[in-house]
Design a protein around this ligand. Sequence first.
Ligand code: EPZ
Length: 429
Amino acid sequence: MEKFFIRGGIPLHGTVYISGAKNAAVALVAATILCDEPCTLENVPAISDITKCLDILRSMGAVVRMERDGVIYIDPRSINTTEVPYKQAVTMRASSYFLGTLLGKFHEAFVPMPGGCDLGDRPIDQHLKAFRALGATDKVVRGANYVKADKLIGNQIFFDMVTVGATMNAIFASVRAKGQTIIENAAKEPHIVDVANYLNSMGADIRGAGTDVIKIRGVEYLHGTTYATIPDQIEAGTYMVAAAATKGDVVIANVIPKHLESITVKLRKCGVNVEENDESVRVWVDKPLQNTTVKTQPHPGFPTDMQPQFSTLLTMAYGTSRVTEEIFNNRFRYAAELRKMGADISIEGGKVAIIQGVDHLSGAPVQATDLRAGAALVIAGLAADGMTEIGNIHFIQRGYERIDEKLQKLGADIKRVIVPENDSVEMSG
Ligand code: EPZ
């Protein structure tokens, strides 16, 4: 088992280069199934969720070749089944994208119920609503969703709530359907736009991605393409918060500043300096952190995937802060871990965190409970006095490429240590 050991209290300095976006790349890999020719994806992050998506494609017969760092060649023409294997599918939410892409290409899909971070109830009723609107039927068999359609006909789809995954799957299932599909109340995240741009580069006809109305005209053929994933807005935001929490001075490079606007606004409200340049932002601190309120919202609001990291920053800000989680109903499990480090954070009704700022956190043995909670604990460890030991770092490696190396380059004292099962290396003071 691997753990991170972090000796905190070192202000981060230097430049960190952001990788391709996890939540775009997993969708682009799955979307390649829809193509009639080989494709090449660039700027793909080296993270375990991508590895699992590529393993799923290989297991279904696709040719997958790592050309070089971050560049992947995928030939979907040899896919010989519409059944996704359990092993990888049940470990991540992105496996649900194989429902939409296999249905959209082959009119059939058998995908084990998706897994992913435990953030509370994560149904796929809206995904199924989209598939049914296009003429598919669905049932649950052997712990998997089975969807099938004799033919797919374009239709109007109105989502009951804004959902990234269902918006993606509605695009996947309709891009080769007969006629026009109109998706209303669509998610507007940058990764939705990235997927639409990728499919349009193959010859699809998708308009309005990035707004709440997306219009798709089905096409019969999608040709090969080469496409580079957008930078990861959440990885970038995580390093911005780490720079602020350690009172450092960091340039976060390879970013699209517009994707970071809601994070930048909130950091500035806390008294953090953020300078925006063409493809980078600089974050530095020269005055005490101030409290603020945060409410997570679909894009362009404050992203739920930044809530744990930002709450961690607020544990060290003067005054009382309130963080409201509007997207998921159980995304504060990390609070108990932060309390072990001296944070004063209480959760009301599972949706609101009340945070009283403290002068400093102190290092402790803690456990990551999911991907972004793990990132939050890394930030806490970087800011805390003394040594922090973080277990379950496999969660973190799902979404952050080489996070220990990138932080070491910024001056952090962080080590990835393999420890025997149920053993905890003595925490030196
Ligand atoms: C995607 O999850 C991301 N995952 C999540 O990132 C992210 O937190 C989330 O979008 C919101 O931005 C990937 O892209 C792989 P949703 P997804 O459908 O698609 C409810 C991370 O840390 N809902 O937008 O599952 C749902 O329960 C991960 O990178 C339904 O009720 O999120 C949630 O409360 C964590 N029925 C809300 O909508 C449905 O059919 C938003 O979910 C679908 C969703």
